[in-house]
Design a protein around this ligand. Structure first.
Ligand code: KIV
Ligand code: ZN
Length: 505
């Protein structure tokens, strides 16, 4: 079995998904979960691009043990120095430097000749090697690069000290047999290729990112770059969970294995959904809500007789616990804490207090509390910031006739802020009234609602994104009542805006 290196770039390429920006605390939480998942490398950010990215790489390099922490940089000296500075506290640091190699990028973006780019690639790797022995070089747009030139660049950067060489299909243009053949060409024609780990980084523009990555593994690639839920620039990157479960389920075909603890996959996926606000489609492989659901009678019957008839992997192997009845209104704190631990949540005392209060509240109103409800409670209570504004009172009047009306009282420190307003619908009335009450300038970017379990008494989960000064703040709220969940999500987003702006972020 070959050991495939799993390089996770959820916090860098994944964060480049439109609307996926995460704040510092959220990035640290995701990085800690990636470490629990067992990824080999966490690409924590692109430090030269912003102070926020620099701080995230620095914080993760300081606090997250286990995986190697990587920082992205172009081959420019200032980029490399800045990334090295951010990575300084890491026990295991990797500098990941890149430059485009396709003619289309050379001509229109870089305006440089092939020789100039080759020189920059070599100089970048050499400079990076002054900081660390672990240097990765990426030939951006390798999928559309002339193979002869690519071989030349790869040979030169390995000579210059690159220990991993990454072949990105930056625009998701290639198809599996073609991409595999590129990997084989490099392995056959680059004389020093065995001195590096050959890596791939596939984008999903044609829906082929995972297929291309797997074809590359069969052709000899030793590292796969991927993201949780496949998020990333445009149509995203190869989904980590799909790559890993394909290697795992078809181990004898691939003759390869990873260091991933697959039972942490589902929880990691949920966390990334929660912090980015980007939902996973129900039929998404491995982590979608229907991935292990059998609808057709024949299938259900088959699975009941023998699971292998229609299931190629067990739900438990990716950490999807059956959503079963767990706790009720008589359950105490001890049982609540124990179940959360079984579900893999280690909460601080403060978060646990908040989550338990929410659980009691829910169990009073809803007879059956499922694991999915508990996960939702944790997701919504743990990502909270200090509550500058808290909802104290809300009535909403709506009917077939007249205008939906909301009356709202919000507490801010010692003050009570009260107002009423109209809207074209109930949520509109609530949001307009909250705007009048809090007077925090922003715009609503996105609103979405989903139900956590089935039935009309299910928890509603609302995700709201608001924008201010070109930053996005995500708020989430969960309640048995969709209007209340909406108000909570909106106020949480506003509280985040106020909090992070006060911190200069
Ligand atoms: O898609 C790409 O080419 C990249 C590189 C920076 C690795 O993200
Ligand atoms: Zn990319």
């Amino acid at each position: 079995m070959r050991r495939i290196v799993i390089f996770d770039t959820t916090l860098r390429d994944g964060e480049q998904s439109p609307g996926a920006s995460m704040n510092l605390e959220e990035k640290l939480e995701v990085a800690r979960q990636l470490a629990r998942l067992g990824v080999d490398v966490i690409e924590a950010g692109f430090p030269i691009t912003s102070q926020g990215d620099f701080d995230a790489v620095r914080l993760i390099a300081t606090k997250v043990a286990g995986p190697t922490i990587a920082g992205l940089c172009r081959t420019l000296p200032a980029d490399i120095d800045r990334a090295a500075e951010a990575l300084r506290p890491a026990k295991k640091a990797r500098l990941h430097t890149f430059i485009a190699t396709s003619d289309i990028h050379l001509e229109h973006k870089l305006r440089k000749s092939r020789d100039q780019v080759l020189e920059m690639a070599v100089a970048g790797v050499k400079r990076a090697r002054n900081y660390t022995d672990d240097v990765e070089f990426s030939a951006e747009d390798a999928g559309r690069t002339d193979p002869d030139y690519l071989c030349q660049v790869v040979e030169a950067v390995i000579d210059a000290g690159a220990t991993t060489v990454n072949i990105p299909d930056t625009v998701g243009y290639t198809v599996p047999h073609e991409f595999a053949s590129l990997i084989r060409t490099l392995r056959e024609r680059v004389p020093n290729i065995n001195k590096c780990v050959l890596s791939v980084h596939c984008h999903n523009d044609l829906g082929l990112a995972v297929a291309n990555s797997l074809a590359a593994v069969l052709a000899g690639a030793g590292q796969v770059e991927c993201t949780i839920n496949g998020i990333g620039e445009r149509a995203g990157n190869a989904a980590l969970e799909e790559v890993v479960m394909a290697l795992n389920t078809r181990a004898s075909l691939f003759q390869a294995e990873t260091g991933i603890n697959t039972r942490e996959i589902y929880r990691t996926s949920r966390l990334v959904t929660d912090v980015t606000g980007i939902p996973v489609q129900p039929n998404k492989a491995v982590v979608g809500s229907n991935a292990f659901a059998h609808e057709a009678g024949i299938h259900q019957h088959g699975v009941m007789q023998e699971r292998a008839t229609y299931e190629i992997m067990a739900a438990e192997s990716v950490g999807v616990a059956e959503s079963r009845l767990v706790l009720g209104k008589h359950s105490g704190r001890h049982a609540f804490e124990k179940r959360l631990r079984e579900l893999g949540f280690e909460l601080s005392r403060e978060d646990l207090d908040r989550a338990f209060a929410r659980f009691k509240d829910l169990a009073d109103k809803k007879k059956e509390v499922f694991d999915a409800d508990l996960e939702s409670i944790v997701a919504h209570e743990v990502h909270a910031v200090p509550e500058e504004y808290s909802l104290e009172y809300m009535t909403v009047v709506a009917g077939l006739e007249g205008y939906p009306t909301a009356t709202i009282r919000v507490r801010r420190g010692q003050s009570e802020l009260v107002d009423a307003g109209l809207g074209v619908g109930t949520i509109d009335a609530v949001y307009k009234t909250i705007d009048k009450v809090v007077q925090v300038p922003h715009e609503l970017v996105e609103y979405s609602v989903k139900s956590v379990t089935g039935g009309t008494d299910a928890l509603a989960e609302v995700t709201v994104k608001i924008g201010a000064e070109s930053r996005i703040y995500t708020g989430r709220g969960a309640s048995l009542d969709v209007v209340e969940a909406s108000a909570k999500a909106y106020l949480q987003a506003i509280n985040k805006l106020v909090y992070y702006q006060s911190q200069g972020r």
